[in-house]
Design a protein around this ligand. Sequence first.
Ligand code: AMP
Length: 122
Amino acid sequence: MSYDSSNIFARILRGEIPCNKIYEDEFALAFHDIAPQAPVHVLVIPKGEYLSFDDFSSQAPADAVAGFYRAAQKVVAQLGLQAGGYRILANTGADAHQEVMHYHLHIFAGCDLGSMVRRGLV
Ligand code: AMP
């Protein structure tokens, strides 16, 4: 599968669609999920065109990978999530129901998130 630049996150990055922005730097953009599944549900996306965890982690330059994860941690800190805890998740491929084919991290927080894998739930 090749990267399709018409995906919704690419359109957000180009400013064609608005987002509820939390954080942005040269490597990443973070914004609130449009359909939150927890009191805090944030998406962090890299600025580059990468399909998935596999694509990003294997193909992106090292500074982009480091910059992206540093940005995700800044989002966690900015939102003050360390005290209560949080969950980071990256859906990848069909079994994980990845809907948007631009790599992204979900950050969930703000309540007891339950056990790690619950079918149909966060
Ligand atoms: P995934 O299943 O991991 O690909 O998750 C995609 C996520 O993107 C879902 O949680 C959606 O609610 C979210 N989403 C889709 N469109 C938008 C949008 N325009 N703004 C913010 N979040 C979105």
